[in-house]
Unconditional design. Sequence first.
Length: 124
Amino acid sequence: MPLLIGAASGIATASGVNDWYQTINKPGFNPPNYLFGPVWTILYILMGISFYLVLETPNSKPKTYALAVFFVQLLLNFCWSFLFFKFQLIGSAFIDIILIWLSIICMIYAFHKINKKAACLQIP
C-alpha cells in the first residue's frame, strides 16, 4: 500500500520535478534527480514491510494508535509532493515536512512498543 501511495504522488507530480524544480536554487549537497526514484521506492517498501509487521500483531490499543499514526504519516507524505512539486507552495511544504518528521518520530515510538523490527525499518 505505501508503494502505491508513493507511486501515485510521484506520477501526479512528475511534471513539477522535471520543470519547476530544475529552476530553483538548491544547496550543493542536493542529490541528483536520478536517485529520487530508487531511494523513495526503497523507503516506501520499508514502510510497507514495517506496516505489515505491525498489522500482523494481535489487536490492541497500542496497535490501533500505531496504525493511526502510520496513516497520518502516509497522508502527510502524499500531500508533500503535491504541495512542493505541483503547487510550488514551499512554505506549506516546509510545514508539512516538519509534521512528517514529527509523525515519523511518533510512529517509530508507537511501532517500537509493538514490534522492534518494524520500528527500526522506519529509521531510514
